[in-house]
Design a protein around this ligand. Structure first.
Ligand SMILES: *[C@@H]1O[C@H](CO)[C@@H](O)[C@H](O)[C@H]1NC(C)=O
Ligand SMILES: *[C@@H]1O[C@H](CO)[C@@H](O)[C@H](O)[C@H]1NC(C)=O
Ligand SMILES: *[C@@H]1O[C@H](CO)[C@@H](O)[C@H](O)[C@H]1NC(C)=O
Ligand SMILES: *[C@@H]1O[C@H](CO)[C@@H](O)[C@H](O)[C@H]1NC(C)=O
Length: 497
């Protein structure tokens, strides 16, 4: 029980993914969603733009009910309990910032929604508009969204929504919803039209006994999602192939389970013991595993378009851990390898990047290979350039309840990968000449020492000193989701446990 609880608490703290669309203050008119082109990298960054700035802050989160009578009714019958509403993840697209609001406690009327950028209505505490609709957020209806914690938006404007299917994960009771876990693909250019609905098989993600947490999307071979499942029972990375409409789970005990030496958390002076498995996840840029990146130096970025750059690293970390690990994406994508590999073979493919100064809940990669990750014990964000060592300055914003901050970084999200053989060739996107699915296992894998960087965590710079966690927007910002109420939640949960 304690394990499940902690997941939730930290999860809240984690990972609001920043907002490239939020960073510009120049445009004050709402643009239509249609026809919006992907963002382009920013130019040089003025020193002031590197500072964290508050974009939104709330005391409690409110929803866009149809009218006051409806809000009053929801408050009266317990469908909406303001203090129980917590943001977990946020992703920008066009002029909106999409938020996930997992139903950890009763009284969360919608689990997915959006807010508009403050320039559009002048509010820094906007109401959350349920997305794609109130109906699609109906608690207890398994066709609708029940418990959304992680979302990813790919470079085509498709949102990958992961729904654990369970509700009230933080409370005891016998009235909790248990629906089959699923992944929905929503087209943000068509106001959330459902383009795909996939239900996970019980053998991969069991209903009522999973904790699907964070998700990254890989544009190779028609699209993959890598999802962390930090359930106490069976942690691992759930891999979903959009083209094959199949999923499987990759397990590795040494790197994906909580480490015994990292179960103690100091949350605002209160010490808690929690054992939480694989949680954060990030996807690195393409690279050529056959060249020594350390020696290649500047040459590496010039070869990003080269078809030899077929590999990407999937970085991850358990919440209860001081380490960041990676596995090659090609290995995760290969269901045959996963089915036949021995635990030792999978372990041999894991790279350990060394020791962090604190536990991490939430990490994010940009498309230049820079990884941002939170340091819970330090209330800080670290910035690690996986290509070269980097030390950044220290910044000190102030504190409140719910707060989203941003700072300009000059790079785009990892989803903005250049086109290459693996993400744009028709035959990989769909099927072979005779319609047979393409087997993503014909590459010449090389696992040993293939990473573009090694053991450089110690050189990572502390970028900001305030957030419980951080991540990078799909544009140029690092955003922090800061919540004093997380501390309150931690207290509440520890007393409940
Ligand atoms: C359940 O939700 C779906 C999707 O919003 C909707 O089409 C359907 O009518 C709902 N079912 C019930 C019984 O309300
Ligand atoms: C991984 O750990 C779990 C829980 O301790 C155990 O049941 C399982 O056998 C382990 N798997 C391997 C391959 O060691
Ligand atoms: C956490 O665990 C450690 C060692 O297992 C123990 O010494 C400590 O008292 C525990 N702290 C709490 C708050 O339970
Ligand atoms: C941390 O604890 C102190 C003392 O109990 C309290 O005044 C403060 O508000 C807490 N901070 C947060 C962010 O909860």
């Amino acid at each position: 029980m304690a394990v499940r609880m902690l997941v939730l608490v930290m999860v809240v703290a984690i990972g609001c993914t920043g907002a490239q669309q939020l960073q510009g203050s120049t445009s004050s008119t709402a643009r239509p969603l249609d026809g919006l082109s992907p963002p382009t990298p920013a130019g040089p960054i003025a020193p002031g733009e590197r500072q964290f700035r508050v974009v939104y802050e709330w005391n409690v989160l409110d929803f866009a009910f149809a009218n006051e009578a409806e809000r009053a009714h929801a408050l009266y019958n317990g469908r909406y309990i303001p203090k129980n509403v917590l943001i977990s993840d946020c992703k920008p697209y066009a002029n909106r910032l999409y938020l996930t609001i997992p139903r950890m406690l009763p009284g969360v009327p919608a689990t997915l929604g959006y807010i508009v950028r403050p320039e559009n209505n002048g509010r820094t505490d906007p109401e959350i508009v349920p997305f794609p609709s109130w109906e699609m957020n109906e608690r207890g209806n398994c066709s609708a969204l029940q418990f959304v914690q992680g979302v990813a938006v790919d470079k085509h404007g498709i949102m990958w929504v992961v729904d654990s299917g369970r509700t009230e994960t933080l409370t005891r009771g016998n009235d909790h919803v248990v629906c089959p876990p699923k992944i929905l693909l929503l087209d943000l250019k068509r106001n959330g039209a459902v383009v795909l609905r996939y239900q996970f098989p019980e053998s991969v993600v069991p209903a009522g006994n999973n904790y699907l947490n964070k998700v990254v999307v890989d544009d190779a071979f028609g699209g993959f999602a890598y999802i962390t499942d930090n359930s106490g029972a069976d942690p691992g990375i759930v891999v979903f192939s959009r083209r094959l409409l199949k999923s499987w789970k990759v397990r590795e005990n040494n790197s994906m389970r909580a480490a015994r030496n990292a179960v103690r958390f100091a949350i605002n002076g209160t010490e808690l013991n929690y054992s939480i498995h694989i949680d954060s996840i990030a996807l690195g840029p393409y690279y050529n595993p056959n060249i020594d990146a350390d020696r290649a130096n500047g040459v590496l970025s010039d070869t990003l378009l080269n078809s030899q750059n077929y590999e990407r690293n999937v970085y991850y970390s358990p919440l209860s851990s001081y380490h960041v690990y990676s596995l090659p994406a090609s290995l995760l994508r290969d269901p045959e390898f996963n089915a036949r590999a021995t635990p030792q073979q999978i372990l041999e493919a894991v790279v350990d990047y060394g020791q962090k100064v604190s536990q991490t809940d939430g990490m994010f990669m940009d498309n230049q290979g820079v990884l941002y990750y939170g340091l819970l014990g330090e209330y800080a964000i670290a910035k690690w350039d996986t290509y070269k060592p980097f030390v950044a300055g220290r910044l000190n914003p102030t504190e409140v309840n719910f707060r989203i901050l941003r700072a300009k970084t000059g790079a785009l999200s990892y989803v903005y990968t250049p086109d290459n053989l693996f993400n744009s060739d028709e035959k990989y996107l769909y099927s072979g000449a005779n319609g047979e699915p393409f087997a993503d296992n014909a590459l010449n894998y090389q696992y040993e020492g293939t990473t573009p960087a090694s053991s450089r965590l110690a050189a990572a710079g502390i970028l900001g000193a305030t957030g419980t966690a951080a991540s990078l927007g799909s544009g140029f910002s690092v955003t922090v989701l800061l919540s004093a109420s997380i501390m309150a939640m931690a207290m509440m949960i520890s007393s409940f446990v």
